[in-house]
Design a protein around this ligand. Sequence first.
Ligand code: C5P
Length: 222
Amino acid sequence: NKNIVVAIDGYSSCGKSTLAKALAKKLQFIYVDSGAMYRAVTLYFLRNETDLKNHDLIIDALEHIDLNFHSRDYQSHILLNGEEVSEEIRQMPVSENVSPISAIKEVRQQMVKEQQKMGKSKNIIMDGRDIGTTVFPDAHVKFFMTADPKIRAERRFNELSAKGENVSLEEIFENIAHRDFQDTTRQESPLVRADDAIILDNTNLTEEEQLNFALEKIMPFL
Ligand code: C5P
């Protein structure tokens, strides 16, 4: 009776966290948004006006960053050195700088270590880019999500606009395409489908259809 681990990887803004949260709620699993961790680290360096090209500085400063999750409501409430930053990490300055920061080997090593600890004893669903390949290569179920980039940009645009953020569809489309490029081409655990990951293209699927599809794959392990 080992705890169950579900890994969800995929491109930017293709609904990974929406599906992960719905699954976590349904199954009473813990949801962990690994992207929020890379975003919070990025926010730390933006706030400190660190030269983001200076990797030595960044690596040295990692020990001053303490990340914690509140998993109430299965929402990704993340604390950066004790301060809730869940909203701020979704804004464009972070989105525009997170991929280069998350490409740094030492940053990834620290995040992966913390993520693996979270999956040690509890049933969890974690989403990200390298969960099924690097963080939990032995996950019980792995999904690899994808969707038409135009649809992804529209969904994210609607989400950010609803929150009152002043961004254009164009800007979001560019950011998504750029992050996908950086995430799939980096040296250190790039975004790639694990051989045993189930592909889920949700371009034409409702949230309920995705949930049912995923539940069916997880059921045998419950
Ligand atoms: O999932 P989200 O889009 O919030 O992730 C933001 C960025 O964090 C990604 O574009 C990627 O550069 C990085 N990331 C990563 N590995 C993960 C999760 C996120 O490199 N497991």
